[in-house]
Design a protein. Structure first.
Length: 126
């Protein structure tokens, strides 16, 4: 897929996220405010980049981008996590989405949620 097409898809996906938040969050006043001040939106945008890198076997870069996202937002999303459309992470400090997590469309998460499990066996479905 061309870079132009990927950027176009990203723009559409972010716009869908912003529309969704405007509908769900009574405190949201406009798209610009959401884009600039909602850490959940920042985490989701950065995850899209990390996920793309992960899919192109750029694991180190994907993990590095994911780490930067966690430092900036307080939200930890593994680059391999599969996330559907219009995820809304509201008050997301402490949210953890693990490597094996699969999230469908139109999901809202709040602070302190952990998706994924713990297993000492590598590659185990959790």
């Amino acid at each position: 897929m061309s870079l132009f097409r990927q950027l176009s898809n990203l723009t559409c996906a972010v716009n869908d996220d912003l529309e969704n938040i405007l509908e769900k969050d009574p405190a949201a006043r406009n798209k610009l405010e959401i884009l600039l001040t909602y850490p959940g939106v920042h985490a989701r945008i950065l995850h899209r980049g990390a996920y793309t890198l992960w899919q192109h076997d750029q694991k180190f870069l994907a993990r590095a981008l994911s780490h930067v996202s966690r430092m900036l937002t307080g939200i930890e999303i593994h680059p391999a996590a599969k996330i559907g459309k219009r995820l809304f992470i509201d008050h997301g400090m402490g949210v953890v989405i693990g490597e094996t997590a699969e999230i469908g469309d139109d999901v809202t998460l709040y602070h302190g949620v952990t998706l994924g499990g713990v297993s000492w066996d590598k590659g185990a479905k959790r």
